[in-house]
Design a protein around this ligand. Sequence first.
Ligand SMILES: [Zn+2]
Length: 207
Amino acid sequence: MRRFPEAIEQLIEEFSRLPGVGPKTAERYIYALLKLPKRDLEVFGKSLAALQDRIGVCTTCFNFSDSSPCEICRDSGRNAAQICIVAEASDLHALERSGAFTGKYHVLGGLLRPIAGITPEHLTVEALERRIRENGAEELILALDPTMEGEATGQYLVKRLGKRKGLRITRLARGLPMGADIAYADDMTLGSAFEHREALPNAREKE
Ligand SMILES: [Zn+2]
């Protein structure tokens, strides 16, 4: 089998690390890049190289940001008593695009997957707990994917945080199909799921 030149082989490997990109797609990307004017390619390369230096993580909500606290955490016009819990920063951005929410966020950094070794310690749950303890909160809105992992993570959070007095835990309404990915849901569906969010039974009341 004929191989590509070394530089292309290498890039195919790099691109293939990205979600949804296989060797074929990587190859298409590289052809497109090769057709770009040299100047554009330079800008592209520099932006990639600068990504890690310029973008960090907000130490309050764990969103990607070029400042910490991030713009959303600093925004005094947003309701700090409502914290929307999402798995990934991409979910946060989908919700922001929908315009449905005017509170603050907390990015967990994933969902619980005990089989894959992802336990609460791998997520930002402890930081969330501290944040609620120190700054208070009235409502936690679980905006987690309607998947088994999303459900399990939600249940865990209700169990761990649901006993706090004056804290209501809600979750997005069932408008999202099972197995859906919040980051790719359309604005209308997300907005409606937000508006019709449902209260979860308080762990305290069940005891
Ligand atoms: Zn933040």
